[in-house]
Design a protein around this ligand. Structure first.
Ligand SMILES: Cc1cc2nc3c(=O)[nH]c(=O)nc-3n(C[C@H](O)[C@H](O)[C@H](O)COP(=O)(O)O)c2cc1C
Ligand code: SF4
Length: 360
């Protein structure tokens, strides 16, 4: 039986254990998008705890795709040295390093400085209080394909072991996959085949840029806010299509990735992830409400290759060491999701962390 503290062999990558820190944006990025000393310290602490693979917070492939002022940018070669330092710190501690690249699309809450205009699959307003989103035309699509390809090439140049494309959480590529948002009637919408077309083209552009052997992951939603039963079929179609890209692994998430945790649920995407894993040959792993060694055993027993965890690492960056030392260790994170606003409003990371002025 698989155990989280066993080595894992993917297509190209060997992990010392199966514990993954899922992509998690932190509040420490510089306003100009570069990496700060605080971020390097954070990555150092997660990898020093022994985490097998660490996926970075998402970095934007273009200024128009930047989700917030704290987000790291990766749309220019000038950002490579900073990210090279992230990859180095992870490698020094024996973690596989993965850079997650994204375009935030139309679901960006307004933030000062984001004046590029919002784009997405269809015209509309996607988030409460958000701006008007313009439906992308062929020129926009070509630009975004190029931006993703260039960012992936930079990830390899910066020394990351792999890149992960963010196809989840209502950012641009997942907006194309989501029938509630993608109302197009042309070849980029209308049905699951059409909705997959643009994300598929982006993946092909990335493959073309990094070559057949550079490890590429994706993260994708397995559910949808409306008509979820029908979406379950779309999801399986997307998984079969993704299986053709020679991916290193597919991480399964969902649109409701933190509210479900607040409701006390565990392993909440495991059922759909497990169904997908049985249908394709690419390694699959789920994220969402995985906390204890028992949760991890359940995930691995249901066909997951790895186990992926986000919020507990915000709370306890050395989580891996604690789980390794004590089979019954219960992570402190309560899945309250207050970390989302603590970042911006109070400058601290977690309810269990002191306010900055209380540090001595
Ligand atoms: C503060 C915060 C930042 C996040 N940033 C990202 C991100 O950059 N990219 C991403 O794919 N998911 C991001 N997520 C989602 C997590 O990776 C994960 O999918 C989700 O929190 C559920 O897993 P968990 O129950 O282990 O926290 C973020 C979550 C939180 C709480
Ligand atoms: S603020 Fe809440 S959800 Fe976020 S890391 Fe801390 S305990 Fe977990």
């Amino acid at each position: 039986m698989r155990d989280v503290f066993q080595e894992a062999a993917l297509k190209h990558l060997r992990l010392k254990n199966r514990l993954v820190r899922s992509a998690t944006q932190d509040p420490f990025g510089a306003a100009d998008g570069s990496v700060t000393a605080g971020q390097l310290e954070l990555y150092r602490s997660i990898s020093a705890g022994g985490t097998g693979m660490v996926i970075s917070g998402h970095v934007c492939v273009s200024p128009e795709g930047r989700a917030s002022q704290a987000q790291n940018c990766f749309y220019d070669d000038s950002f490579i040295p900073g990210q090279r330092a992230v990859a180095s710190v992870l490698r020094e501690n024996g973690s596989i390093s993965v850079l997650q690249i994204s375009h935030a699309g139309g679901s960006v809450a307004p933030w000062p400085g984001h004046d590029a205009g919002l784009i997405g699959p269809s015209d509309g307003v996607y988030v409460k209080g958000g701006g008007a989103v313009r439906a992308m035309d062929e020129e926009d699509m070509e630009r975004v394909r190029r931006d993703f390809a260039a960012a992936a090439r930079r990830a390899a140049a910066a020394g990351f072991d792999a890149v992960q494309l963010h196809l989840a959480h209502n950012y641009l590529l997942s907006e194309f996959l989501n029938p509630c948002v993608n109302r197009r009637t042309d070849s980029y919408g209308a049905d699951a085949e059409g909705r997959f077309r643009f994300p598929g083209e982006v993946l092909s552009a990335v493959r073309g840029a990094v070559g057949p052997d550079y490890p590429v992951f994706v993260k994708i939603n397995c559910n949808c806010e409306e008509n979820d039963g029908a979406f379950a079929e779309d999801f399986m179609y997307y998984m079969r299509e993704l299986d053709k890209f020679g991916l290193e692994g597919i991480e399964i998430s969902g649109f409701d990735f933190t509210p479900l945790g607040r409701a006390g649920r565990r392993n909440y995407y495991l059922q759909r992830a497990s169904q997908a894993a049985a249908a394709i040959s690419t390694p699959v792993f789920a994220v969402g409400g995985i906390r204890t060694r028992e949760d991890m055993r359940r995930a691995l027993g249901a066909g997951m290759e790895l186990v992926s965890v986000s919020r507990p690492f915000i709370c306890e960056p050395d989580l891996c060491a604690k789980l390794a030392a004590d089979e019954d260790y219960s992570p402190k994170c309560t899945s309250c999701s207050k970390c989302f606003y603590l970042y911006g409003r109070e400058g601290r990371r977690c309810i269990f962390h002191p306010l900055p002025e209380q540090k001595s």
